[in-house]
Ligand binder design. Structure first.
Ligand SMILES: Cc1cc2nc3c(=O)[nH]c(=O)nc-3n(C[C@H](O)[C@H](O)[C@H](O)COP(=O)(O)O)c2cc1C
Length: 184
């Protein structure tokens, strides 16, 4: 599989076969995700994998903010990865001031780049993923005993796909791209 095939072929997977992804495969996926770019190479992203049915059900039943679509995906996925980021580094100087006008929003950027890299690496190993944003991050952090200096950015259910969705429609290159040409 080449890079373009990986980028275009990856789909969000919300239905999984029951078997778990073994530790070695998860380690290989994270080893690849470690190569995602990050603010000054701070590598703030962390991956917390859980498979407890109790924990999955607690999140699905209580912490999906009324977005019922996420309930089944979380409770039926064999495993879920809480992707977190260490606070206060991305976008920030050592003295605690912000480097740019985006402040610490670069944390989300770093976690996003890492999450997509994780999903693409997973795809290479036949593992399905879906990046989820709609859940109560503080409650999830509490439930999983996530260290205080990390923020939960996304939950990513993982497992071997039990569906093969077609790609949702994409905008055209014409819609997305412009070449800036300001005359001198
Ligand atoms: C920041 C972000 C948040 C998302 N949140 C959810 C979510 O809460 N639940 C869900 O089922 N999918 C979620 N998705 C997946 C998108 O719906 C999906 O990527 C989009 O429909 C395109 O489909 P594809 O990933 O198969 O190409 C999210 C994706 C991103 C990037």
């Amino acid at each position: 599989m080449n890079t373009i095939e990986a980028i275009t072929g990856r789909r969000s997977i919300r239905k999984f076969k029951p078997e778990k992804v073994d530790r070695e495969t998860i380690e290989k996926i994270v080893a690849a995700a470690a190569y995602a770019p990050s603010w000054k190479n701070t590598q703030v992203t962390r991956y917390h994998v859980f498979d407890s049915q109790d924990i999955k059900d607690t999140i699905a039943d209580n912490y999906t903010l009324g977005f019922t679509y996420n309930e089944g995906t979380i409770s039926h996925a064999p495993q879920v990865v809480a992707i977190t980021a260490i606070k206060g580094r991305s976008g920030m100087e050592k003295d605690g001031s912000a480097t740019t006008d985006k402040g610490d929003a670069w944390l989300m950027f770093d976690a996003g780049a890492a999450a997509q890299t994780f999903c693409l690496a997973a795809y290479e190993y036949g593992v399905g993923t879906v990046i989820m944003g709609i859940f109560d991050a503080e409650k999830v952090a509490e439930l999983l005993h996530i260290p205080e200096n990390e923020v939960v950015v996304t939950l990513v259910p993982i497992g071997y796909p039990d569906e093969a969705p077609t790609a949702p429609r994409r905008k055209s290159v014409e819609d997305l791209l412009s070449f800036v040409n300001i005359p001198n």
